[in-house]
Design a binder for this molecule. Structure first.
Ligand SMILES: Cc1ncc(COP(=O)(O)O)c(C=O)c1O
Length: 379
């Protein structure tokens, strides 16, 4: 098999989806899969087949969701910069609702719905100013972030909603960030949503969406293969005080697909300088940009030397002409040689979907493993 490639463990994906559904159904919650985490059609077909809705952030994501089995009535559409054609397309497809992120966007949606002579279902995305306690670059719910509108702006829209006959205002939407491991954060979100709902008197509206953000264990992916759905939904259920008729929605991405994907890459060269050992591999930041973008840590193993003791530390770097093209600094590995196969774990979310052809490198292909067993390295 030509390296680099993504490998998806579909047995683990199914187990993860089942675990998420089992916990969500305890409370009657609905989950929409956030396509931005990974829009690989094979994964999408499995996720839509398991009954999930979809959370999309572009017109093209809506198209891909529909093509891969998601039902229009389970699709929600967020994003601060929706273009007119995307809004038009979303309305024409009769998706569940558009998450509106500003007063001006509300006016544009209303004009477009009027032009189409259709009704647009809208939820207002509110920026609750709740700290997600995660990496700064993947925090979305602080007042300095670009996402959503203030509760004051939402109040103005809510108070005048009945004069817009092409708008059906169904409720509120929140999303405060990603890779959140601390359940206290979700408690804080739920409490703030309660306050905002009281203030806006929105509990009679039928729809309430708390976004996504549940994190995964990047340090011990083989031990914690499935995210803590139990703790997550339990925390929300314990602290959220919704209206009696409100349906509660979530938009999970990383926690559903993150652990089922791995990036396989081969060592092209090794070299030792005065201060470092380098293992130079054939995958670059164009295949996995998270370490370069957020200093993210992914577990790396040399599976050609799986039985060998760890004896050296390496900077595992790619071929791209950027110093940040580094998958891990000072990684403990066995004595590593040209031709060894390395696996970078937890690459199911935000790896393939953020891939590029920078330096005109090809995006890695994907392979699927139905057995739950890892692919064996070819020597
Ligand atoms: C609006 C919105 N919903 C859902 C998600 C999915 O987040 P996660 O992959 O952390 O579950 C994101 C990404 O952070 C998002 O921006």
């Amino acid at each position: 098999m030509q390296t680099p490639f993504y490998q998806y463990d579909l047995a683990l994906l199914n187990d993860t989806l089942n675990a998420a559904v089992a916990q969500a159904t305890r409370y009657g919650y609905t989950i929409h899969y956030a396509l931005k985490a990974n829009a690989n059609p094979a994964l999408l077909k499995i996720i839509s087949g398991a009954g999930f809705g979809a959370d999309c952030v572009s017109g093209n994501e809506i198209k891909v969701a529909l093509k891969n089995g998601f039902k229009p009535q389970g699709i929600v559409f967020a994003g601060v910069g929706k273009t007119d054609w995307e809004i038009e397309y979303a309305i024409e497809q009769n998706i569940q609702c558009i998450h509106c992120e500003s007063v001006q966007e509300f006016q544009v949606i209303e004009q477009i719905a009027q032009k189409l002579n259709k009704t647009a279902s809208i939820a207002l995305r509110i920026n609750p100013n709740v700290d997600a306690n995660t990496h700064k670059s993947i925090t979305t719910g602080l007042k300095e972030n670009k996402f959503g509108m203030s509760a004051e702006e939402a109040s103005l829209i809510l108070n005048s909603a009945n004069k817009y006959k092409n708008i059906n205002l169904v409720g509120l939407h929140f999303h405060i960030g990603s890779q959140i491991m601390n359940m206290e954060v979700f408690k804080n979100l739920a409490l703030e949503v309660n306050r905002i709902q009281e203030r806006l008197q929105s509990k009679a509206l039928p729809y309430l969406n708390l976004g996504g953000g549940l994190g995964i264990d990047y340090i011990n992916p083989s031990i914690n293969r499935i995210a803590d759905f139990e703790g997550y939904f339990k925390t929300i259920n314990q602290w959220l005080n919704p209206g009696k008729e409100q349906t509660i929605h979530f938009e999970l991405g990383r926690s559903l697909v993150g652990q089922c994907g791995q990036l396989y890459t081969r060592v092209l060269y090794t070299k030792t300088t005065k201060s470092r050992n380098f293992a130079i591999v054939d995958a670059g930041m164009n295949a996995l940009i998270r370490p370069a973008l957020y200093g993210a840590i992914h577990r790396i193993e040399n599976i050609s030397k799986i039985e060998y003791p760890t004896i050296a530390t390496y900077d595992v770097v790619g071929p791209i002409c950027e110093t940040t093209d580094c998958f891990g600094e000072q990684v403990n590995l066995p004595n590593t040689e040209r031709g060894d196969l390395l696996v970078v774990h937890s690459c199911g979310a935000y790896a393939e979907s953020m891939a590029s052809d920078y330096n005109l490198r090809e995006r890695p292909k994907s392979v699927f493993n139905h057995s739950g067993l890892a692919l064996l390295p070819k020597h």
